[in-house]
Write a protein that binds this ligand. Structure first.
Ligand SMILES: C[S@@+](CC[C@H](N)C(=O)[O-])C[C@H]1O[C@@H](n2cnc3c(N)ncnc32)[C@H](O)[C@@H]1O
Length: 368
Protein backbone atom coordinates (compact mmCIF):
# COMPACT_ATOMS: atom_id res chain seq x y z
CA UNK A 1 0.00 0.00 0.00
CA UNK A 2 1.18 3.48 -0.83
CA UNK A 3 1.87 5.27 2.42
CA UNK A 4 3.13 8.77 1.95
CA UNK A 5 4.21 9.92 -1.42
CA UNK A 6 2.46 10.01 -4.75
CA UNK A 7 4.05 11.22 -7.98
CA UNK A 8 1.74 12.71 -10.54
CA UNK A 9 2.98 13.70 -13.95
CA UNK A 10 1.58 16.41 -16.13
CA UNK A 11 2.64 17.79 -19.46
CA UNK A 12 5.08 20.18 -17.79
CA UNK A 13 6.93 17.55 -15.83
CA UNK A 14 6.73 15.69 -12.61
CA UNK A 15 4.78 17.02 -9.64
CA UNK A 16 5.34 15.56 -6.23
CA UNK A 17 2.20 15.46 -4.15
CA UNK A 18 2.75 14.49 -0.57
CA UNK A 19 -0.24 12.79 0.90
CA UNK A 20 -0.35 11.05 4.20
CA UNK A 21 -2.52 8.12 3.31
CA UNK A 22 -1.63 6.34 6.51
CA UNK A 23 -3.38 9.08 8.48
CA UNK A 24 -6.46 8.92 6.29
CA UNK A 25 -6.44 12.58 5.54
CA UNK A 26 -7.11 12.19 1.85
CA UNK A 27 -10.53 11.26 0.55
CA UNK A 28 -9.94 9.62 -2.79
CA UNK A 29 -7.35 6.99 -1.90
CA UNK A 30 -8.64 4.45 -4.37
CA UNK A 31 -8.24 6.83 -7.26
CA UNK A 32 -4.71 7.70 -6.23
CA UNK A 33 -3.71 4.07 -5.86
CA UNK A 34 -5.17 3.28 -9.24
CA UNK A 35 -3.08 5.89 -11.07
CA UNK A 36 0.24 4.58 -9.77
CA UNK A 37 0.63 1.83 -12.39
CA UNK A 38 -0.21 4.25 -15.22
CA UNK A 39 2.24 6.84 -13.94
CA UNK A 40 5.02 4.35 -13.49
CA UNK A 41 4.27 2.69 -16.81
CA UNK A 42 4.54 6.05 -18.52
CA UNK A 43 8.04 6.65 -17.09
CA UNK A 44 9.09 3.11 -17.92
CA UNK A 45 7.92 3.57 -21.51
CA UNK A 46 10.01 6.74 -21.79
CA UNK A 47 13.02 4.98 -20.23
CA UNK A 48 12.81 2.10 -22.72
CA UNK A 49 12.26 4.51 -25.59
CA UNK A 50 15.43 6.40 -24.56
CA UNK A 51 17.31 3.10 -24.53
CA UNK A 52 16.32 1.94 -28.00
CA UNK A 53 19.77 2.45 -29.51
CA UNK A 54 21.45 1.05 -26.40
CA UNK A 55 19.27 -2.07 -26.41
CA UNK A 56 19.98 -2.61 -30.09
CA UNK A 57 23.71 -2.34 -29.34
CA UNK A 58 23.26 -4.94 -26.55
CA UNK A 59 21.70 -7.35 -29.04
CA UNK A 60 24.57 -6.78 -31.48
CA UNK A 61 27.22 -7.18 -28.74
CA UNK A 62 25.46 -10.09 -27.02
CA UNK A 63 24.89 -8.31 -23.72
CA UNK A 64 21.99 -9.52 -21.57
CA UNK A 65 22.58 -7.57 -18.36
CA UNK A 66 21.83 -3.88 -18.09
CA UNK A 67 19.77 -1.27 -16.29
CA UNK A 68 16.29 -0.65 -17.66
CA UNK A 69 15.13 2.00 -15.23
CA UNK A 70 17.33 4.38 -13.25
CA UNK A 71 15.27 5.96 -10.48
CA UNK A 72 14.91 9.72 -10.05
CA UNK A 73 16.83 10.50 -13.24
CA UNK A 74 13.96 8.76 -15.07
CA UNK A 75 11.32 10.41 -12.91
CA UNK A 76 10.44 7.64 -10.52
CA UNK A 77 12.70 8.09 -7.51
CA UNK A 78 13.89 5.12 -5.48
CA UNK A 79 13.12 2.47 -8.08
CA UNK A 80 15.61 0.68 -10.29
CA UNK A 81 14.98 -2.18 -12.72
CA UNK A 82 17.85 -4.30 -13.99
CA UNK A 83 18.02 -7.21 -16.36
CA UNK A 84 20.40 -10.03 -15.43
CA UNK A 85 20.06 -12.61 -18.18
CA UNK A 86 16.70 -14.32 -17.64
CA UNK A 87 15.90 -12.35 -14.48
CA UNK A 88 14.49 -8.89 -13.89
CA UNK A 89 15.45 -7.30 -10.60
CA UNK A 90 13.17 -4.56 -9.24
CA UNK A 91 14.76 -2.67 -6.35
CA UNK A 92 12.78 -0.14 -4.37
CA UNK A 93 14.08 2.09 -1.62
CA UNK A 94 11.29 4.45 -0.65
CA UNK A 95 8.62 3.78 -3.25
CA UNK A 96 5.96 1.39 -2.20
CA UNK A 97 4.93 -0.88 -5.04
CA UNK A 98 2.96 -4.07 -4.88
CA UNK A 99 3.16 -7.36 -6.76
CA UNK A 100 0.49 -6.23 -9.19
CA UNK A 101 2.40 -3.11 -10.21
CA UNK A 102 5.68 -5.03 -10.45
CA UNK A 103 3.90 -7.66 -12.58
CA UNK A 104 2.45 -5.04 -14.91
CA UNK A 105 5.85 -3.39 -15.40
CA UNK A 106 7.42 -6.78 -16.04
CA UNK A 107 4.72 -7.63 -18.62
CA UNK A 108 5.51 -4.42 -20.44
CA UNK A 109 9.27 -5.13 -20.42
CA UNK A 110 8.73 -8.70 -21.61
CA UNK A 111 6.67 -7.44 -24.51
CA UNK A 112 9.29 -4.86 -25.46
CA UNK A 113 12.28 -7.18 -25.16
CA UNK A 114 10.48 -10.25 -26.55
CA UNK A 115 11.69 -12.33 -23.64
CA UNK A 116 10.13 -14.08 -20.63
CA UNK A 117 11.75 -13.30 -17.28
CA UNK A 118 11.88 -14.47 -13.69
CA UNK A 119 10.98 -11.43 -11.60
CA UNK A 120 12.56 -10.61 -8.27
CA UNK A 121 11.47 -7.68 -6.13
CA UNK A 122 13.99 -6.49 -3.54
CA UNK A 123 12.25 -4.11 -1.16
CA UNK A 124 14.82 -2.02 0.72
CA UNK A 125 12.52 0.38 2.56
CA UNK A 126 13.59 -0.80 5.99
CA UNK A 127 17.08 0.52 6.64
CA UNK A 128 19.68 -2.22 6.63
CA UNK A 129 17.13 -4.86 5.62
CA UNK A 130 16.11 -6.29 2.29
CA UNK A 131 12.91 -8.21 1.72
CA UNK A 132 13.21 -10.19 -1.48
CA UNK A 133 10.62 -12.30 -3.16
CA UNK A 134 9.94 -13.73 -6.60
CA UNK A 135 6.85 -12.37 -8.26
CA UNK A 136 5.78 -15.56 -10.00
CA UNK A 137 8.18 -18.46 -10.50
CA UNK A 138 11.56 -18.49 -8.79
CA UNK A 139 14.61 -18.57 -11.03
CA UNK A 140 16.94 -21.58 -11.04
CA UNK A 141 19.88 -21.37 -8.60
CA UNK A 142 22.60 -20.84 -11.20
CA UNK A 143 21.82 -17.88 -13.43
CA UNK A 144 24.16 -16.63 -16.11
CA UNK A 145 24.20 -13.40 -18.11
CA UNK A 146 26.34 -12.22 -20.99
CA UNK A 147 28.25 -9.00 -21.49
CA UNK A 148 29.84 -8.32 -24.85
CA UNK A 149 29.76 -12.04 -25.55
CA UNK A 150 31.37 -13.03 -22.26
CA UNK A 151 29.43 -15.09 -19.72
CA UNK A 152 29.14 -14.12 -16.08
CA UNK A 153 27.49 -15.77 -13.12
CA UNK A 154 24.74 -13.52 -11.69
CA UNK A 155 22.61 -13.88 -8.61
CA UNK A 156 19.78 -11.40 -7.99
CA UNK A 157 19.17 -12.97 -4.58
CA UNK A 158 22.75 -12.23 -3.52
CA UNK A 159 22.97 -10.39 -0.18
CA UNK A 160 24.93 -7.41 -1.49
CA UNK A 161 23.39 -4.62 -3.53
CA UNK A 162 24.69 -6.08 -6.78
CA UNK A 163 23.97 -9.50 -8.27
CA UNK A 164 27.70 -10.37 -8.62
CA UNK A 165 28.40 -7.94 -11.46
CA UNK A 166 28.35 -4.14 -11.18
CA UNK A 167 26.48 -3.01 -14.27
CA UNK A 168 27.67 0.61 -14.24
CA UNK A 169 31.27 -0.64 -14.43
CA UNK A 170 30.61 -2.17 -17.87
CA UNK A 171 32.24 0.88 -19.46
CA UNK A 172 35.40 0.05 -17.50
CA UNK A 173 35.36 -3.59 -18.58
CA UNK A 174 34.83 -2.54 -22.19
CA UNK A 175 37.75 -0.13 -21.97
CA UNK A 176 40.13 -2.63 -20.41
CA UNK A 177 39.19 -5.29 -22.94
CA UNK A 178 40.12 -3.02 -25.81
CA UNK A 179 43.42 -1.87 -24.25
CA UNK A 180 44.74 -5.04 -22.62
CA UNK A 181 46.33 -6.86 -25.56
CA UNK A 182 49.78 -8.10 -24.59
CA UNK A 183 49.65 -6.26 -21.23
CA UNK A 184 50.10 -7.33 -17.63
CA UNK A 185 47.08 -6.10 -15.68
CA UNK A 186 46.76 -5.82 -11.90
CA UNK A 187 43.08 -5.84 -10.86
CA UNK A 188 42.78 -4.59 -7.29
CA UNK A 189 39.59 -5.14 -5.24
CA UNK A 190 38.65 -7.47 -8.06
CA UNK A 191 35.43 -8.88 -6.57
CA UNK A 192 34.11 -11.44 -9.14
CA UNK A 193 36.93 -10.57 -11.56
CA UNK A 194 34.83 -8.88 -14.25
CA UNK A 195 37.82 -6.72 -15.19
CA UNK A 196 40.19 -9.70 -15.16
CA UNK A 197 37.94 -11.72 -17.45
CA UNK A 198 37.55 -8.76 -19.83
CA UNK A 199 41.33 -8.18 -19.84
CA UNK A 200 42.25 -11.77 -20.72
CA UNK A 201 39.45 -11.92 -23.30
CA UNK A 202 41.07 -8.81 -24.80
CA UNK A 203 44.43 -10.59 -25.07
CA UNK A 204 46.16 -9.62 -21.80
CA UNK A 205 49.37 -11.50 -21.03
CA UNK A 206 48.25 -11.58 -17.40
CA UNK A 207 45.31 -10.43 -15.31
CA UNK A 208 46.14 -10.74 -11.63
CA UNK A 209 42.97 -10.32 -9.55
CA UNK A 210 43.31 -9.40 -5.89
CA UNK A 211 40.51 -9.54 -3.33
CA UNK A 212 40.20 -10.87 0.19
CA UNK A 213 36.78 -12.37 -0.53
CA UNK A 214 37.07 -16.12 -1.08
CA UNK A 215 33.51 -16.43 -2.40
CA UNK A 216 33.96 -13.53 -4.86
CA UNK A 217 37.21 -14.99 -6.20
CA UNK A 218 35.68 -18.44 -6.52
CA UNK A 219 32.97 -16.96 -8.72
CA UNK A 220 35.64 -14.97 -10.55
CA UNK A 221 37.57 -18.17 -11.33
CA UNK A 222 34.40 -19.89 -12.53
CA UNK A 223 33.67 -16.83 -14.72
CA UNK A 224 37.12 -17.31 -16.26
CA UNK A 225 36.58 -21.04 -16.81
CA UNK A 226 33.17 -20.62 -18.43
CA UNK A 227 34.77 -18.23 -20.91
CA UNK A 228 37.62 -20.65 -21.67
CA UNK A 229 40.21 -18.57 -19.80
CA UNK A 230 42.73 -19.98 -17.34
CA UNK A 231 46.20 -19.68 -15.83
CA UNK A 232 48.79 -18.47 -16.59
CA UNK A 233 46.88 -15.49 -18.07
CA UNK A 234 44.17 -15.42 -15.41
CA UNK A 235 45.34 -15.53 -11.80
CA UNK A 236 43.86 -14.69 -8.42
CA UNK A 237 45.37 -13.73 -5.08
CA UNK A 238 43.13 -14.04 -2.06
CA UNK A 239 44.63 -11.50 0.30
CA UNK A 240 44.37 -7.98 1.64
CA UNK A 241 44.72 -5.61 -1.30
CA UNK A 242 46.39 -3.01 0.92
CA UNK A 243 49.07 -5.54 1.86
CA UNK A 244 49.60 -6.61 -1.76
CA UNK A 245 49.76 -2.98 -2.88
CA UNK A 246 52.39 -2.11 -0.29
CA UNK A 247 54.46 -5.13 -1.29
CA UNK A 248 54.21 -4.74 -5.08
CA UNK A 249 54.89 -0.99 -4.84
CA UNK A 250 58.03 -1.57 -2.78
CA UNK A 251 56.70 0.58 0.08
CA UNK A 252 56.72 -2.51 2.31
CA UNK A 253 54.82 -3.25 5.49
CA UNK A 254 55.50 -0.92 8.40
CA UNK A 255 54.62 -0.39 12.06
CA UNK A 256 52.41 -2.75 14.01
CA UNK A 257 51.23 -4.49 10.83
CA UNK A 258 54.74 -6.04 10.55
CA UNK A 259 53.96 -8.20 13.56
CA UNK A 260 51.15 -9.92 11.73
CA UNK A 261 51.57 -13.10 9.74
CA UNK A 262 51.37 -12.51 6.02
CA UNK A 263 52.62 -13.96 2.75
CA UNK A 264 55.85 -12.30 1.63
CA UNK A 265 55.95 -10.80 -1.87
CA UNK A 266 58.54 -8.82 -3.77
CA UNK A 267 57.98 -5.58 -5.70
CA UNK A 268 56.35 -5.96 -9.12
CA UNK A 269 55.41 -3.63 -11.95
CA UNK A 270 52.36 -3.84 -14.23
CA UNK A 271 51.45 -2.24 -17.55
CA UNK A 272 47.91 -1.51 -16.39
CA UNK A 273 46.65 -1.15 -12.82
CA UNK A 274 42.91 -1.12 -12.13
CA UNK A 275 41.87 0.44 -8.84
CA UNK A 276 38.15 0.12 -8.17
CA UNK A 277 37.89 0.21 -4.39
CA UNK A 278 34.88 0.16 -2.07
CA UNK A 279 33.97 3.47 -0.44
CA UNK A 280 35.50 2.47 2.88
CA UNK A 281 37.15 -0.63 4.27
CA UNK A 282 39.28 -1.35 7.31
CA UNK A 283 42.57 -3.13 6.95
CA UNK A 284 45.53 -3.62 9.29
CA UNK A 285 47.74 -2.65 6.33
CA UNK A 286 46.02 0.70 5.70
CA UNK A 287 42.37 1.67 5.65
CA UNK A 288 40.45 2.39 2.46
CA UNK A 289 38.75 5.79 2.52
CA UNK A 290 37.85 7.03 -0.94
CA UNK A 291 36.28 10.25 0.39
CA UNK A 292 39.00 11.62 2.67
CA UNK A 293 42.12 9.75 1.72
CA UNK A 294 42.18 8.40 -1.84
CA UNK A 295 45.90 9.13 -1.98
CA UNK A 296 46.82 6.32 0.42
CA UNK A 297 45.46 3.92 -2.16
CA UNK A 298 46.52 5.75 -5.26
CA UNK A 299 50.17 6.23 -4.25
CA UNK A 300 51.11 2.53 -4.00
CA UNK A 301 48.92 1.73 -7.03
CA UNK A 302 50.80 4.32 -9.08
CA UNK A 303 54.13 3.00 -7.81
CA UNK A 304 53.33 -0.45 -9.16
CA UNK A 305 52.40 0.92 -12.58
CA UNK A 306 55.28 0.99 -15.09
CA UNK A 307 56.34 4.46 -16.21
CA UNK A 308 54.44 4.93 -19.47
CA UNK A 309 51.76 2.54 -18.21
CA UNK A 310 48.05 3.04 -17.73
CA UNK A 311 45.70 3.11 -14.77
CA UNK A 312 41.94 2.77 -14.58
CA UNK A 313 40.87 4.34 -11.31
CA UNK A 314 37.38 4.83 -9.93
CA UNK A 315 35.58 6.69 -7.21
CA UNK A 316 31.99 5.66 -6.60
CA UNK A 317 31.10 8.20 -3.94
CA UNK A 318 28.45 10.50 -5.42
CA UNK A 319 29.39 13.46 -3.22
CA UNK A 320 33.01 13.48 -4.44
CA UNK A 321 33.40 16.00 -7.26
CA UNK A 322 35.29 14.69 -10.24
CA UNK A 323 37.56 17.76 -10.52
CA UNK A 324 38.72 17.69 -6.92
CA UNK A 325 39.24 13.94 -7.10
CA UNK A 326 41.38 14.21 -10.27
CA UNK A 327 43.30 17.11 -8.70
CA UNK A 328 44.05 14.90 -5.68
CA UNK A 329 45.42 12.22 -8.04
CA UNK A 330 47.67 14.81 -9.71
CA UNK A 331 48.90 16.13 -6.36
CA UNK A 332 49.69 12.63 -5.20
CA UNK A 333 51.62 11.83 -8.39
CA UNK A 334 53.66 15.05 -8.12
CA UNK A 335 54.59 14.27 -4.50
CA UNK A 336 56.25 11.03 -5.57
CA UNK A 337 57.90 12.53 -8.64
CA UNK A 338 55.53 10.98 -11.19
CA UNK A 339 53.41 12.78 -13.75
CA UNK A 340 49.92 11.96 -14.94
CA UNK A 341 50.30 12.70 -18.64
CA UNK A 342 46.67 12.34 -19.65
CA UNK A 343 43.33 11.88 -17.90
CA UNK A 344 40.39 10.55 -19.91
CA UNK A 345 37.11 10.42 -18.06
CA UNK A 346 34.93 7.50 -19.10
CA UNK A 347 31.18 7.89 -18.72
CA UNK A 348 29.09 4.87 -17.79
CA UNK A 349 27.05 3.43 -20.69
CA UNK A 350 23.72 5.10 -21.47
CA UNK A 351 21.68 2.67 -19.35
CA UNK A 352 22.96 4.80 -16.43
CA UNK A 353 21.79 8.23 -17.59
CA UNK A 354 22.58 11.43 -15.74
CA UNK A 355 20.75 14.74 -16.00
CA UNK A 356 23.81 16.90 -15.39
CA UNK A 357 26.69 14.73 -16.63
CA UNK A 358 27.80 14.13 -13.04
CA UNK A 359 27.94 10.38 -12.61
CA UNK A 360 28.11 8.87 -9.11
CA UNK A 361 30.68 6.39 -10.49
CA UNK A 362 33.68 8.32 -11.76
CA UNK A 363 36.07 6.42 -14.04
CA UNK A 364 39.40 7.88 -15.04
CA UNK A 365 41.82 6.33 -17.55
CA UNK A 366 45.28 7.72 -16.85
CA UNK A 367 48.54 7.51 -18.69
CA UNK A 368 51.31 7.70 -16.16
C1 LIG B 1 33.25 -2.32 -4.92
S1 LIG B 1 33.74 -3.99 -4.92
C2 LIG B 1 34.88 -3.90 -6.21
C3 LIG B 1 34.22 -4.15 -7.53
C4 LIG B 1 35.14 -4.74 -8.54
N1 LIG B 1 36.30 -3.92 -8.80
C5 LIG B 1 34.43 -5.08 -9.85
O1 LIG B 1 35.04 -4.95 -10.92
O2 LIG B 1 33.29 -5.51 -9.81
C6 LIG B 1 34.71 -4.04 -3.48
C7 LIG B 1 35.55 -5.32 -3.30
O3 LIG B 1 36.63 -4.95 -2.46
C8 LIG B 1 36.93 -6.05 -1.64
N2 LIG B 1 37.74 -5.52 -0.53
C9 LIG B 1 37.41 -4.56 0.36
N3 LIG B 1 38.47 -4.29 1.16
C10 LIG B 1 39.48 -5.10 0.75
C11 LIG B 1 40.82 -5.28 1.16
N4 LIG B 1 41.36 -4.58 2.16
N5 LIG B 1 41.55 -6.18 0.49
C12 LIG B 1 41.05 -6.92 -0.51
N6 LIG B 1 39.79 -6.79 -0.95
C13 LIG B 1 39.02 -5.89 -0.33
C14 LIG B 1 35.61 -6.66 -1.30
O4 LIG B 1 35.78 -8.03 -0.95
C15 LIG B 1 34.85 -6.47 -2.61
O5 LIG B 1 34.95 -7.62 -3.41
Amino acid sequence: MIQNLIYVDNQYGLNYIHIDLANNNFQDKEWLLSIIPQQFLHHLKVALHNREAFLEQCIQENTTCYRLFHGAVERWPSVTIDRYGDALLFQTWRSDLNDDVVGQMADFIEEKLHHRFYILWADRRKRGQVERHWVGDAAPQELMATEMGLSFRVDPVHRGIDPLLFLDFRAGRRHIRSHAKGKKVLNLFSYTCGIGVAAVAGGAKLALNVDFGNHALKIGRSNAVVNGLSEPQFETIQDDAMLVLRQFSGLGVRGKAKRRQFTKRTARLFDIVVLDPPRRAKSPFGNVDTVNDYQSLFKPALLCTKPGGRMLVTNNVASVEVDSWVESLNRCARKIGRVIETVDLIAPDSDFPSLDGKYPLKLAWLSV
